[in-house]
Design a protein. Structure first.
Length: 579
């Protein structure tokens, strides 16, 4: 008779896949090279702890330090098999993880590690980077107070919470992945403009090849940044701010367009329904100027393209908003003409002041025609003992408002126009517009930081070093997600296939651009069953379904990352407990 005892059941889910992806990046080795542990450090190395901790964060969507130890306690067999070394739950105690973020918060070794990691992912994934994006976001804290020189400060909040202290994350990302290449953390009151040159310099050291196009918003358009990029042999693409390109100057540029003296080039992009169908998204023209700037005592000169672009959807959105503002202003002005009990009567001066306040509030003063009138009511008042009879004259001012059609036409035709600058003379107008419009790539990464996947905000840590270390840890996790996503999408593109079975409730729905989060959820429910059969411990893993196998195939990950968990029987161990 066979004696069978279920010793343990471990929910392995996507953990083996995540750890395999991190091994492909050589993450543990790169971390251990730059963050060596002293002789008293026991247990797993920092690199292996980071790998497991990141697997927990990406799988559970939780970066709290005090939850990892209990989670690891239920996965000791799986972790031992995946890492190929002994693992105990104390390797992931909150004290040990606190020390890990302390190490990652050190600037000098992190910069070296991040550079090596960037070069590794470029080599392993054969990325051949030609375009990088620079942008920043803020992360707020509910519990941290502002101190002199601290990393949490009050500043312009991109989370629309200026009442909370914040820090700023400046990041570069590679197209077409949106994968972070460099991450810089500064205090929350810092302006964006001075952050661009240091970030661009870090990217240049990692890529180590000229001709990279750096894409950013209008804060990257400062003359110092443009001069630095042009002089270093790279390219920039960014819009000019309203200060650099005032409305009056833009209007002068557009006069030849209105006079039919300047032809416009149409700009198209593939529709979401089918790539062969084209959708007109913008129109514009370009011209070249020669710029000069003094850099390090030398006068540097280069040619710059000015791209004058009319975004159709942006213009329509602005026109709709402007029409709504006008309607609100006209409705508010009409209220001043109401009379009756409880309504204050305004004299002419008060009425004009109230109307001007409304026009300024909605910023439509130049678009509305006003016509003031006055009604006069005369009534005879009878004589009394104290005064003679007299005629009472009551003057009631009123106002009517309507849209000025000439002013409306002048304003509407200037909506949606913006001027971009680029020193790559071979970049066409269409290519430039399409490149800039992929800004969502880096914004998607910021959304992951603040969403359920990485859950950075709100931040409850108070130590500046630990906060830096935590954000840097999450930036590695973001790289893992981006690379997983990129690998599958590229494989589907080469095979001209789509992936189905990842949408809950709609298994037949397919896509050629699956997200990492949805693919990882497919592996939920996989378990490792540890059994004791006649004194010998054996294991079984829940069989992989076709969707899981296809994802592994697209990632070029062998099925053995799951099957190897039970290939060899192991002797009984104290880490196994009955469940």
């Amino acid at each position: 008779m066979i004696a069978l005892l279920i010793a343990a059941i471990e929910r392995i889910d996507d953990i083996p896949l995540l750890l395999a992806q991190m091994r492909k990046l050589q993450l543990a080795e790169l971390l251990d090279n730059e963050f060596p542990m002293h002789g008293n450090w026991e247990g797993l190395s920092l690199g292996n702890i980071v790998q497991v901790w990141l697997a927990y964060i990406l799988s559970e969507g939780d970066h709290r330090l005090n939850h990892v130890e209990s989670w690891a306690e239920g996965l000791l067999v799986t972790l031992k098999k995946c890492l190929g070394r002994d693992v105990v739950s104390l390797d992931f105690s909150d004290d040990r993880l606190s020390r890990v973020v302390d190490f990652l918060g050190q600037d000098e070794p992190w910069d070296t590690f991040e550079g090596n990691l960037g070069q590794t992912l470029i080599r392993v994934y054969d990325l051949r980077p030609k375009r990088a994006r620079i942008d920043s976001t803020t992360a707020k804290s509910y519990t941290t107070s502002v101190t002199d020189g601290g990393i949490f400060q009050f500043g312009h909040s991109k989370d629309h919470r200026p009442d909370l202290p914040q820090l700023k994350i400046n990041q570069s990302a590679l197209d077409p992945l949106g994968i972070p290449l460099t991450t810089t953390i500064v205090s929350g009151e810092k302006a964006d403009d001075p952050l661009y040159i240091p970030e661009i310099s870090k990217v240049q050291k990692i890529i180590n090849a000229p001709g990279v196009l750096f894409v950013g918003d209008c804060k990257m358009a400062s003359m110092d940044t443009r001069t630095y990029v042009a002089k270093s042999g790279d390219y920039y693409l960014c819009p000019l701010s309203a200060v650099q390109m005032p409305a009056s100057t833009l209007t002068e540029l557009l006069i030849p367009v209105w006079n039919n003296e300047q032809a416009l080039n149409d700009i198209y992009r593939p529709t979401q329904e089918a790539e062969e169908k084209q959708e007109k998204i913008a129109e514009g023209f370009q011209y070249t100027v020669t710029l000069q700037a003094e850099k390090e005592g030398e006068v540097f000169e280069w040619d710059e393209q000015r791209l004058v672009v009319h975004s159709l959807k942006h213009a329509a959105k602005q026109e709709k908003q402007l029409a709504q503002d006008i309607d609100k202003a006209i409705a508010a002005i009409a209220q001043f003409n109401k009379t009756g009990r409880g309504i204050k009567r305004l004299n002419q001066a008060e009425l004009e002041a109230a109307v001007n306040t409304v026009l300024k509030k909605h910023n439509v003063s130049s678009l509305i025609q006003l016509e003031y009138s006055e009604s006069i009511k005369k009534s005879r008042c009878s004589a009394t003992a104290k005064q003679e009879a007299y005629i009472l004259v009551e003057r009631t001012p009123s106002v009517s408002a309507k849209v000025d059609p000439v002013a409306w036409e002048m304003v509407v035709r200037n909506l949606g126009w913006r001027v971009f600058v680029c020193n790559d003379k071979e970049l066409t107008l269409s290519e430039a517009v399409l490149a800039y419009r992929q800004e969502y790539l880096i914004e998607h990464g910021f959304a992951r930081y603040k969403g359920k996947t990485l859950g950075l905000t709100p931040i409850y840590l108070s130590s500046g070093t630990r906060v830096k270390g935590l954000i840097r840890l999450l930036s590695i996790g973001l790289r893992v997600l981006c690379l997983l996503e990129f690998s599958v999408r590229e494989a589907l593109k080469k095979k001209d296939e789509k992936l189905s079975g990842i949408y809950k409730g709609n298994p037949k729905r397919s896509t050629n651009s699956p997200t990492a989060e949805k693919m990882l959820k497919v592996f939920r429910g996989l378990s490792l069953i540890v059994m004791n059969i006649d004194g010998v411990t054996r294991m079984e893993v829940t069989p992989l379904n076709p969707v899981q196998e296809k994802i592994l195939m697209l990632l070029e990950q062998p099925k053995c990352i799951y099957t190897e968990l039970y290939m060899n029987p192991i002797e009984p161990t104290n880490n196994l407990s009955e469940r």
